[in-house]
Design a protein around this ligand. Structure first.
Ligand SMILES: C[S@@+](CC[C@H](N)C(=O)[O-])C[C@H]1O[C@@H](n2cnc3c(N)ncnc32)[C@H](O)[C@@H]1O
Length: 684
C-alpha cells in the first residue's frame, strides 16, 4: 500500500530574493550548565527583512555546480529549521547552498568527496592563488584542454592547482555533474558551454569569509556525526537521493554508492540524532521508501525544479520530501569552544572512538582550563591525545604521557611534531615491498582479525615503518597504522575475533591500505606549530621524570567502574602489539584473541585506586591539579574531593551532564543509564 505523508503536505513557492539572516541571543542554559559553562548563544533563522537587515544584501552562493543542489528548496528547508539552535552542521554538504544561506557560525561541514572539501578549504585559505589559476584555465578553455586536465592525476598537482582543476572541470563539464569511475577518477565529458563563467569574484569572497571560522571535515557522514553531533545542533541531511527512476544517478558523487541499506541506516541515525537532542532536517526524493522510513516524523512535500537530468525533456519539477522531527526537540544548548581559532584548529584533530576519550567534552574542558593561569601542562594519561591537542591549541607547552605506545605515537605525531608531514612519495615507499619482512603477524593472528593478504600487508608495512629515520614521521606512520586497523575493525575493537557486527559500513569495506593513506592525511592535517616546545613520554605515570614540574597537571585515569572493566590492553592489544613489535609483551597463547598479559596499573582496581590518586597528588602538589572523573566511577565524587583536599587548599568541582557521545554507545541512546555526569576537579 503506498504511504502518503501524514502531516504538513504543501507547496512552497521559491523566491530567490529571500535573504536569510541569523539573529543571536544570549540565553541562560539550565542550572548545571550555568554553573559550569555560563551562557550559550542561541541562533534564530529569519528572512533578512524580518530580522531587520537590509534586503539588498547578497548571500553567499555555491561556487560549484552540484547535482541535487538545494537552492530551489531553500525556503522549504528554512521553514523546517528549528526555532533556535546552537550550531549548524551539514554532513553531506555538496555545493553547500543551504550552509551558505544559513551562513552562521559555528558551522561544521562535511562531505565524503575529498576533492570537493579540498576546494572548500582552498577557497577559504588560498583564494587569491586559486582565482589566478582559474583565470589561466579560463584563458585556455577548449575541449582538448578540458580532456588534458581531466586526465591529469590530481594528487600529483600542488594543492591550489588541484582545487583549480576541480572547479574548472566542474564548471565546464557536461551539466556540472561530478561523477567518478570505479577508480575514483572524474569521468564526466566536456560540456560544450560557449562562454563558461568559472567564478564570481564577489561571491567567492563572501564564501571565503563565511568559511573563515567553519570546521571543514572530509569523510563518512556517520563518523562525522558520531564525533561531532551534540544536543542543540541543527543538522541538515541531504543524502544521495533514493532513485525515482532507473535514470537517476545522483548516488555517484563519490566512488561509494548509497543503497537501500544505507538509506535505512541513515533513517536510524536520524532517530538517534533526535534522541540525542539535536534537530535533524532531511530531504530526499518522494518515494515509497522515503515515506516508510520517516513515517513517524513530520513530512512535507515540495516541488523543486531540477537542473540536472539525463535528458533535457525530463527537466520538469520533481517532488521531494522534507523530514523534520515531529515534536520540536527540546534543545539543550550545547557548549562550544568559544575561541573560534581554537575550535577551528581542534577540527583538524583526528578524533577516534578511543575508550574514555574526552573529545566530546572538550568545550567544557576548554571553559574550565581557560580560566586557569598556566604555561606548561602535563596530560598524564593522554590516551587519544584529544586534551593534549586542546592544550596545544590554547598555546601551552605540553608534556604528554601514556603507558600505551600507540598512544605515545599519536601524541608524538600531532603534539610534539610541529612541522613534519608524510608526503605521498614517502607513503608509497612505506607501502612498497620490503626485502625481508617478518611473517610474525601472519603466523600469530592468521584468521583472527584480518584476511591473510591484510596480515601480509601489515607484516610488510611494519617492517618498513620500523626502518624510518625520522622519529616524528615514524610516529605519524604508526599513529596512522593504528587508526587504519581500528577503523577496519567493527566497533574499533580487538576483544573478539572474526567479523561480528559487520553492518556493512564504509570503514569495513575500505582496504587497510586505503585506510592507512586516509589516516596519514588526517595526521598530516593535524600538524601545526604553537611556538612552544612539547614532549611525549611513554611510561607508567608513577615513573615520570623527577625534574618534570609543570604549572598544571591534568589527570584522566581509567575509571574504575562497578559496571564495566577498564582494560585498555584487552581492547587495543593488537595495535599496541604493532607499535611495540610485541617486544617485552607476553602473548597469552590460550586466549582466542591472542592478547598479551595486561600491563599492571594501580588504576585497575578499587583496592589500589585511592592510594594511586594520593601518590599522584603528593607528587604534583606544587602544580594546579585538574582531574576528570565520572559519576559512575570509584572513588565517589566526595571521596575524590577529600583526597585532593589533603594536598590542595582550594578545590572546586565543575559538573557537566554528559551523554555518551552519539555513535559509540548508540544502542543505549535514549536510555537514562547513558546520562553520566562528568566532573572536573580543580585543586589550587
Ligand atoms: C581515560 S583514558 C584517557 C583519555 C584521554 N584523556 C583522551 O581524551 O583520549 C586513560 C588512559 O590512561 C592510560 N593508563 C592507564 N594506566 C596508566 C598508567 N599507570 N600509567 C600511564 N598511563 C596509564 C590508558 O592507556 C589510557 O589511555
Amino acid at each position: 500500500m503506498p504511504l502518503t505523508p501524514r502531516a504538513g503536505t504543501g507547496m512552497l513557492s521559491y523566491d530567490e530574493r529571500t535573504v536569510w539572516a541569523i539573529v543571536e541571543s544570549g540565553v541562560e542554559t539550565d542550572q548545571q550548565q550555568r554553573d559550569s559553562v555560563g551562557s550559550a548563544t542561541q541562533l534564530t533563522l529569519l528572512p533578512r527583512s524580518a530580522a531587520g537587515g537590509s534586503s539588498g544584501a547578497r548571500q553567499a552562493r555555491p561556487f560549484v555546480k552540484w547535482a541535487g543542489g538545494k537552492r530551489r528548496l531553500l525556503p522549504a528547508i528554512m521553514a523546517a529549521a528549528p526555532p533556535t539552535f546552537t550550531r549548524y552542521m551539514e554532513p553531506f554538504v555538496g555545493g553547500g547552498a543551504v550552509a551558505l544561506a544559513v551562513g552562521c557560525l559555528p558551522l561544521l561541514l562535511n562531505d565524503a568527496n575529498a576533492e570537493l572539501m579540498h576546494a572548500f578549504r582552498t577557497v577559504r585559505d588560498d583564494l587569491g592563488p586559486l582565482l589566478a589559476l582559474l583565470d589561466e584555465h579560463r584563458a585556455h578553455h577548449a575541449e582538448a584542454y578540458f580532456y588534458a586536465l581531466r586526465s591529469a592525476d590530481p594528487t600529483a598537482l600542488d594543492p591550489v592547482a588541484q582545487a583549480a582543476r576541480f572547479v574548472y572541470l566542474n564548471k565546464t563539464c557536461f551539466n556540472g555533474l561530478y561523477r567518478v569511475n570505479k577508480q575514483g577518477q572524474f569521468n564526466t565529458p566536456f560540456g560544450r558551454y560557449k562562454n563558461p563563467t568559472l567564478y564570481d569574484r564577489e561571491n567567492m569572497q563572501r564564501v571565503a569569509q563565511l568559511l573563515e571560522g567553519a570546521e571543514l571535515h572530509t569523510g563518512d557522514y556517520r563518523a562525522f556525526l558520531a564525533a561531532n553531533a551534540r544536543p542543540g545542533d541543527f543538522i541538515y541531511l541531504d543524502p544521495p537521493y533514493i532513485p525515482v527512476s532507473q535514470y537517476s544517478d545522483f548516488k555517484r558523487y563519490t566512488k561509494e554508492q548509497f543503497r537501500e541499506d544505507d538509506q535505512r541506516e541513515l533513517a536510524r541515525i536520524f532517530d538517534e540524532l533526535v534522541a540525542l537532542g539535536a534537530y535533524p532536517v532531511l530531504s530526499n526524493s518522494y518515494t515509497a521508501l522515503t515515506l516508510e522510513l520517516y513515517q513517524q516524523h513530520d513530512l512535507r512535500t515540495v516541488e523543486a525544479a531540477r537542473n540536472i537530468n539525463h535528458d533535457g525533456a525530463r527537466r520538469g519539477p520533481i517532488r521531494e520530501v522534507i523530514v523534520r522531527p515531529k515534536r520540536r526537540a527540546i534543545f539543550k544548548p550545547a557548549p562550544i569552544i568559544r575561541d573560534a581559532a581554537a575550535q577551528r584548529q581542534m577540527a583538524q584533530f583526528p578524533s577516534s572512538r578511543y575508550m574514555g576519550s574526552k573529545h566530546a567534552i572538550l568545550p567544557f574542558l576548554h571553559d574550565v582550563l581557560h580560566d586557569l593561569e598556566f604555561t606548561t601542562a602535563l596530560d598524564a594519561f593522554s590516551g587519544s591525545g584529544a586534551v593534549s591537542y586542546l592544550l596545544k591549541t590554547m598555546g601551552k607547552a605540553v608534556v604528554t604521557n601514556d603507558f600505551l605506545t600507540f598512544c605515545y605515537h599519536t601524541a608524538n605525531a600531532c603534539i610534539v611534531n610541529s612541522q613534519d608531514k608524510l608526503s605521498v612519495g614517502e607513503v608509497n615507499t612505506l607501502l612498497a615491498a620490503h626485502p625481508a619482512p617478518s611473517d610474525f603477524i601472519s603466523r600469530t593472528f592468521g584468521g583472527l582479525y584480518f584476511t591473510d593478504d591484510e596480515n601480509r600487508f601489515l607484516d610488510n608495512l611494519t617492517a618498513q615503518i620500523r626502518e624510518m629515520a625520522c622519529a616524528r614521521k615514524q610516529s605519524i606512520a604508526f599513529a596512522a597504522l593504528s587508526r587504519a586497523c581500528l577503523r577496519r575493525r567493527p566497533r574499533g575493537l580487538f576483544t573478539y575475533t572474526g567479523v561480528r557486527y559487520d553492518d556493512g559500513r564504509r570503514d569495513l569495506k575500505v582496504s587497510l591500505e586505503q585506510h592507512f593513506r586516509e589516516a596519514v592525511e588526517c595526521f598530516n592535517a593535524a600538524v601545526f606549530d604553537n611556538g612552544q616546545p612539547h614532549t611525549a613520554l611513554n611510561g607508567d605515570v608513577f615513573a615520570l621524570p623527577a625534574d618534570l614540574r609543570p604549572d598544571l597537571v591534568y589527570f584522566d585515569p581509567p575509571y574504575v567502574s562497578p559496571h564495566s572493566d577498564n582494560d585498555y590492553t584487552r581492547r587495543y592489544h593488537f595495535v599496541e602489539g604493532l607499535a611495540r613489535n610485541w617486544q617485552g609483551l607476553e602473548i597469552l597463547e590460550h586466549t582466542t584473541t591472542k592478547k598479551f598479559r595486561r600491563l599492571p596499573s594501580l588504576f585497575d582496581s578499587k583496592r589500589t585506586i585511592h592510594q594511586a590518586f594520593r601518590t599522584l597528588f603528593a607528587r604534583f602538589r606544587d602544580a594546579t591539579i585538574v582531574v576528570s572523573y565520572s559519576s559512575n566511577g570509584i572513588p565517589t565524587k566526595d571521596e575524590l574531593a577529600g583526597l585532593l583536599r589533603e594536598y590542595k587548599r582550594e578545590v572546586v568541582i565543575h559538573e557537566f551532564d554528559h551523554r555518551y557521545s552519539f555513535g559509540t554507545h548508540n544502542h543505549k541512546v535514549g536510555n537514562n543509564q547513558n546520562l553520566v555526569k562528568e566532573y572536573l576537579f580543580v585543586g589550587k
